[in-house]
Write a protein that binds this ligand. Structure first.
Ligand SMILES: O=C(O)CCC(=O)C(=O)O
Ligand SMILES: [Fe+2]
Length: 275
């Protein structure tokens, strides 16, 4: 098993759990094992697609350095995971930047203990012993908008970088074509790159919403709910509707099928509210 002068990790996907998104999508379910020898560490980062995560140590202990999202927001670190504003190692920062971490949280995680990392919180994690943990990243109606914001921001980044590539390919004498070429980007290539860059493309995002809305619909039609569920369903549907309307407004990259699916979902939610 690897490891250079720093980090980690063996990501072993745990397939023993049935997870609806994975079952349907046949893609990553964001459940991991982390295995790291003593002294290894995970660089400062925010979790994939602005998700929440929990982590439980099977064995060993870890030291966590966490910064809450409002602090990193001020530092403009939340714009994109790839904007080079995120330091790699908080201990290699200049004194002035290190002061930022006086506002952070430091906590020790011992064997059998769990830790919850809220959406958008940056963290760096050090293995104090040989450590094995299980982790799960997820999102719900409370943080799904983070997911969308990151996906949308990455989509712009992908398009921009592809644009540069097209122009470069054309040669210096054709640089004046930059504007008109913006519309010539192959949508499939853009989506493929987005998928490999961010781990999700627009189609998967739409499916993700659909799966959750269908789930709520099924529970409601089977009368399989209690009062608490009703509040959660209500909140989830409202958030999903807001997000669908917002994404339809700001994003012109949905193809006609995705547009149709989003509009169908939006209507479906309205019908559920009425009934
Ligand atoms: O345990 C680690 O090394 C990293 C864990 C982590 O970053 C997480 O659970 O979000
Ligand atoms: Fe993390």
């Amino acid at each position: 098993m690897y490891i250079s002068n720093c980090l980690i990790l063996l990501y072993i996907h745990i397939y023993i759990y049935v997870y609806v998104y994975k079952e349907i999508q046949k893609t990553d379910d964001y459940r991991f094992c982390y295995l790291g020898p003593k002294g290894s560490w995970t660089p400062f980062h925010r979790d994939v697609l602005g998700t929440f995560s929990w982590s439980v140590n099977i064995n060993g202990s870890k030291l966590w350095y966490l910064l809450d999202a409002s602090i990193t927001e001020c530092q403009k670190m939340n714009e994109s995971p790839d904007d080079n504003k995120c330091p790699y190692n908080i201990f290699a920062l200049q004194q002035q930047q290190q002061n930022l971490f006086q506002k952070g949280l430091i906590c020790m995680q011992y064997p059998k203990e769990g830790i919850f990392v809220p959406s958008g919180w940056y963290h760096q994690v050090h293995n104090c012993e040989d450590t094995l943990s299980i982790n799960h990243n997820w999102c719900n109606a409370f943080n799904i908008h983070w997911n969308w914001n990151i996906l949308f921001c990455d989509l712009q980044n992908v398009k921009q970088s592809l644009q540069g590539f097209v122009d470069y390919d054309l040669g210096m004498d054709k640089l004046h074509m930059q504007e008109s070429k913006q519309n010539d980007l192959d949508p499939n290539t853009v989506q493929q790159l987005l998928k490999s860059y961010t781990g999700m493309d627009l189609e998967q995002f739409v499916s993700f919403l659909e799966i959750n809305i269908d789930h709520i619909h099924n529970c409601l039609t089977q009368h399989n709910f209690n009062l608490f569920d009703i509040c959660v369903f209500n909140f989830s549907l409202q958030k999903s509707k807001q997000l669908i309307d917002h994404s339809l407004c700001v994003c012109s990259d949905f193809d006609s099928k995705l547009l149709q699916r989003l509009k169908t979902m939006s209507n479906h939610i309205e019908t559920m509210f009425k009934s």
